[in-house]
Design a protein around this ligand. Structure first.
Ligand code: HEM
Length: 246
């Protein structure tokens, strides 16, 4: 077959029931026509971004469901949905590998197509940033009994590995994976345009490190250092060697 024939099949798929239900015609028309790509790598650049937008849509939808289940204290549902969200987050991190198969030169060609577009304009990402304060507020109301219980009690004083603890750990897993995505994305930038570059809006890329260090649920992170301090004050910060050699 000739190249054009292959392209025709990719761009105008035969629409059987599978394609009708999934709207494959519309989905496969969301990328630039193959003959208009500025370089062959542009197709993967568009597809990775589009796929990640779809995963963020599903994550946001699942997190909103989690908010409803928190109100009803349906912990099993919450944990199952968080499992889905965490799997999506891990996939989003892993999928950035695809973009590292692109050479810096080819990315410079693609970059000429982007106007002054910025990942900070991503609708999925912007929505995801809005949800964590509500997650924390719901956790405090429904799992910390409106503040009557402290995170410290759940993790240390009254630790029993109960549903409060399990939901708290699901929240911190979400927070950690979100930060890991942002740090992984910084490595991707370093591989493609360099960390000392400026964004297409003229901002230093380095500024992204601030976002990557953002914690959604600082109370859940802080409790660990507080425990180390309090166990340290009781049992000693510096301990004796158990081998007697160090
Ligand atoms: C070669 C590939 C990529 C490069 C060179 C790149 C570059 C950049 C740069 C320079 C910024 C800062 C923008 C600004 O200050 O206005 C940024 C932000 C961002 N990009 Fe990318 N990006 C790439 C791929 C991706 C992909 C695949 C995603 C998928 C969702 C993504 C999502 C984001 C997000 C969410 C932000 C905002 C991050 C934050 O505020 O912490 N980027 N990107």
């Amino acid at each position: 077959m000739q190249r054009k024939e292959y392209f025709d099949i990719i761009e105008q798929p035969e629409m059987l029931d599978y394609g009708v239900y999934l709207q494959c015609d519309k989905l496969l028309a969301c990328q630039k026509p193959l003959n208009d790509l500025c370089t062959a790598d542009e197709l993967q650049f568009q597809i990775v971004h589009q796929v990640e937008e779809l995963w963020m849509k599903l994550m946001a939808f699942s997190l909103v469901e989690i908010l409803d289940y928190m109100k009803a204290k349906q912990s099993h549902r919450i944990l199952t949905l968080f499992k889905r969200v965490h799997a999506l987050q891990r996939m989003m991190i892993e999928q950035l590998d695809v973009l590292e198969t692109m050479s810096p030169k080819e990315y410079q060609q693609i970059r000429l197509q982007l106007g002054n577009g910025s990942g900070q304009e991503s609708p999925g990402f912007r929505l995801l940033l809005k949800i964590p304060p509500d997650l924390w507020e719901h956790f405090e109301t429904y799992y910390l009994d409106e503040g009557a219980l402290s995170v410290q009690q759940i993790y240390d004083d009254e630790y029993s590995h109960d549903e409060r603890y399990a939901v708290a750990e699901a929240l911190i897993e979400f927070d950690e994976l979100f930060q890991r995505f942002r740090w992984r994305h910084l490595f991707l930038i370093n591989r493609s345009i360099g960390i000392s570059a400026k964004s297409l809006k003229g901002r230093p890329v380095d500024l992204l490190k601030r976002g990557a260090s953002q914690q959604f649920f600082p109370e859940l992170w802080n409790v660990r250092s507080e425990m180390t301090d309090s166990w340290g004050s009781e049992h000693g910060v510096k301990r004796s060697s158990i081998s007697g050699k160090s």
